[in-house]
Design a protein around this ligand. Structure first.
Ligand code: ATP
Length: 458
């Protein structure tokens, strides 16, 4: 079996040391399950979002983007079912007072062999009792019954906190696409089938076992809703499974680290649903979901808003409420998967070990680093830097030995290092070092720009 170098502890340490991700509110002792992206991390995450948008909006024949408000009319969440049924089954340990999800306890205890998704609360309680499932914190078995808490964060609008002023931080971005279905269709004159995509923040008051950015209370989703006619939905569902899979392969994920997992228990609105799981450092877990949501969403919004949301086919005048194929992936979860996939440790001749993030050059924060061999070459190096900066993000580093500087760039995944040496003063060429092979070639800055631009295309 393949032995991977990555562990969650190593990733967390690297991310902190190299300005990728810091613990949230750290100087105040942190705040559970919140994380802040640093100067390198924000670039990587933006590149992932850009790659996704390019693939699913820009390159799509009939998909359009929106950026809807996070705070929506509360009736939206009544229509979507979130106010009544968006909850996790939670249990408290009476000994150490820690709170856990019953389904996660069962998954952990059975090492993934028992699927709690198909169980009722009573069945989960019975399983936990029968198998004397222990608290992962204190090791004792002394549980409360299951209670369900709504996962939506509430806040209130205006200066009073009367219940009619209650609003929610959106727990998913999808509803912003559904409520704008007719706005987008009319303004773009799109014909069904067409898609609406959105990237934005979502919030869930979840209990999480602390797997870094895998599950956080505030996160970003990249969601694409494909509106199609009933009867064509099954074909499009298959198509989006393939597209979602291909996107990951193109980012550089190995097939053997990915797998499809059909849902055993379907959500109330779904006709078919599956996840793509990734082999994360803590084990196989959901990376993204693909759902055939039928006409549930638009029908519910039609019912709750009183506004007609039917589509009229311009060819034959037929009126219908489209079905929706949803493809949804967390940007932060994709970030964690990307970092896990890219992380490598390579033993060099002489026994030194270098850490390197081998991700697609399109995802790297900086496409190149400009490194003067010695400080007295910095003037020439800055000339080269200025040329490159106009084309793509570049970083400059003149501190420390050249070997150390290469290591620092390897650790943040910079695909190319350009070294300025005394030959540069003579013939104008620079050395371009490849992150993965460490091979070096000599090029003029103009040739280097062309070379790098070809490599960073996604
Ligand atoms: P899970 O089973 O992991 O709770 P879910 O099935 O509730 O996820 P969806 O509601 O389908 O997830 O959300 C779509 C995607 O959003 C997920 O595949 C995941 O990538 C991301 N996501 C969901 N919840 C979180 C979270 N708390 N933190 C980070 N990303 C999340």
């Amino acid at each position: 079996m393949e032995k991977r170098a990555v562990t969650m502890d190593k990733l967390v340490a690297l991310c902190k040391a190299r300005g990728i991700i810091f613990p949230g509110s750290e100087i105040y002792g942190g705040m559970g399950n919140t994380w802040d992206y640093g100067p390198v991390g924000v670039e990587i995450k933006n590149n992932l979002k850009r790659a996704w948008w390019k693939r699913f909006v820009q390159e799509s024949d009939n998909s359009y983007g929106v950026d809807a408000a996070i705070l929506m009319n509360s009736r939206v969440w009544d229509a979507s079912g979130h106010t009544t049924s968006f909850s996790d089954p939670k249990m408290d340990c009476k000994e150490c007072k820690s709170r856990h999800r019953a389904d996660t306890l069962i998954e952990g205890h059975s090492k993934g062999k028992v699927n709690p998704d198909t169980m009722t609360n009573e069945e989960m309680e019975a399983y936990i009792e029968e198998h004397k499932v222990a608290c992962p914190i204190c090791g004792k078995h002394n549980w409360t019954n299951i209670r369900t808490f709504n996962l939506m964060f509430e806040t209130s609008r205006g200066v009073t906190d009367e219940s009619q002023n209650k609003i929610y931080l959106r727990p998913e971005t999808a509803q912003g696409e559904f409520v704008n279905f007719l706005n987008v269709q009319r303004t773009t004159r799109a014909k069904v089938p067409f898609g609406i995509a959105q990237i934005g923040k979502a919030f869930r008051n979840e209990i999480t076992p602390g797997n870094f950015i895998f599950r956080t209370i505030e996160f970003e989703q990249m969601e694409h809703q494909w509106f199609c006619k009933q009867g064509t939905d099954e074909e499009f569902y298959k198509e989006f499974k393939e597209k979602a899979w291909q996107f990951l392969l193109d980012l550089g994920f190995k097939k053997e680290h990915l797998r499809f997992k059909d849902h055993d228990k379907l959500a109330h609105y779904a006709k078919e649903a599956c996840d793509i799981q990734y082999d994360f450092p803590m084990g196989w877990s959901e990376l993204n979901g693909i759902h055939n949501r039928t006409d549930y969403d638009l029908s519910r919004h039609q019912e709750f808003s009183g506004k007609t949301l039917t589509y009229i086919d311009p060819m034959n005048g037929e009126r219908y409420i489209p079905y929706v194929i949803e493809y949804s992936i967390g940007a932060d979860r994709l970030m964690l998967a990307t970092l896990s996939e890219a992380y490598d440790e390579e033993t060099l001749e002489g026994g030194d070990v270098r850490n390197v993030l081998r991700f697609h050059p399109a995802i790297a924060a900086y496409k190149a680093a400009v490194l003067p061999l010695q400080k007295n070459l910095s003037e020439k190096a800055k000339e080269v830097l200025q040329k490159l900066k106009k084309r793509f993000p570049v970083i400059y580093d003149e501190a420390g030995s050249i070997g150390k500087r290469y290591r620092r760039q390897d650790e943040i995944g910079t695909p190319f290092c350009l070294t300025i040496d005394f030959d540069t003063l003579e013939d104008g060429t620079v050395t371009l070092r490849d992150r993965d092979s460490m091979e070096q070639i000599r090029l003029t800055p103009e040739e280097a720009i062309k070379f790098i631009e070809e490599k960073i295309a996604f």
